[in-house]
Design a protein around this ligand. Sequence first.
Ligand SMILES: [Zn+2]
Length: 319
Amino acid sequence: MDRASQTDHTGHSTRRRFMAASAALVAAPALIGTPRSASAKAELQGSARPRFARFKLGTCEVTILHIGGSVVENIQSTFGVGAPAEEFRALAEANFLPADKSFSTLAPVVVNTGSEVILFDTGISASGLIPALDAAGLKADQIDLVVLTHLHPDHIGGLRSGDAPTFPNAKIMLGRVEYDYWAPLGNEQVKANVTPLIDKATFLKGNDAVAWGIIAVESFGHTPGHLAFLLESGGQKLMITGDAANHHVFSLARPDWVVRFDVDKAKAAQTRRSLFGRLADERIPFSGYHMPGAALGYVAREGDGFRYTPATYQFSLNG
Ligand SMILES: [Zn+2]
C-alpha cells in the first residue's frame, strides 16, 4: 500500500496531513529567520560538558577529570594511517561518527585511597589542570603522588607552574624504560617538566606497586615505556590505560590500524590486542586518557577487534 494514502485512526487521510505539514515546512524558514523573542527568560549559555565523574571503587574514590576539548581534522591520518579510506569511512558511519573530524579531550584520573591522593597524568598545562581539579573539589597541595603513564607533552605539561612544581607535596613515579628513552633525546618538554623533579622520583617497571592495590602494567608501544595501571579495591577493578588506545572506535575495533603518534607502531598494535584482550576477557572496566564522554567504559571482543561500551550506571550502584 502507498503509505502516503493510508488513513490514520481518526479516519483522516495521512496524505492530507502530510500536505498540511509540507505547507508548514515551506513557512518554516521565515520562522527560523525571526530574531529571538524579547520574552526569552534566559540567555543562550553555550554548550557544556560535565567537568568530572566521581565514583566509588571498593574503598577508593575515583575522580576522572575532563579537560579541554579540541576538534581534530583529517582523522584518518592519525588513527588509520594506510587503512582503506572506504573501510575507515564505513566504520565511522556505522558508529555514528564523522569520518573527517574527531573531538579530543583529556582525562587525568585522581584516586583517593583513603590514605593517599594519587593523580595519574597532568594534562597539557597547570592552567588547564588546576581549574579541573578545583571543579572536582581538589587542591594541588592535596596531591600526595603523581604517576605518569608516559612522557608525551599532554601528560606531563601540568607538572610545573612557571618555575615551581605544581604539586608541592607530591612524590612522582614514572616508568624507568620511558625516562631512559626520552632523557637522552633532549626533549624540551621532558627537560622542563620532568627532569627537575627526577631527584625525588621513583622509577617503575611492570608489576611494581604504586600504592596498596595499584600496580603498573607494561603496555609499551605508544611510547617505548608506556605504563597502564591496574587498581583493585574491595574486589573491584579498574584499568587506567593512558594512551594504549586513543580512539574508542578506530583503535579498538581495528587494533592493528597504524596510529601516527605511536612511537613503535607494531608494538603498540600488539599491546592493544593484549591489554584490551585482557580487559575483555576479565570484564575489567577502564579509563582511557583520550576516551570520549566520561572516559570510562568496557570492551568486548568483536570480530577481529573490540567493541567499546561506555559505562552508564554501573558505578552509581557502588553508592
Ligand atoms: Zn595523550
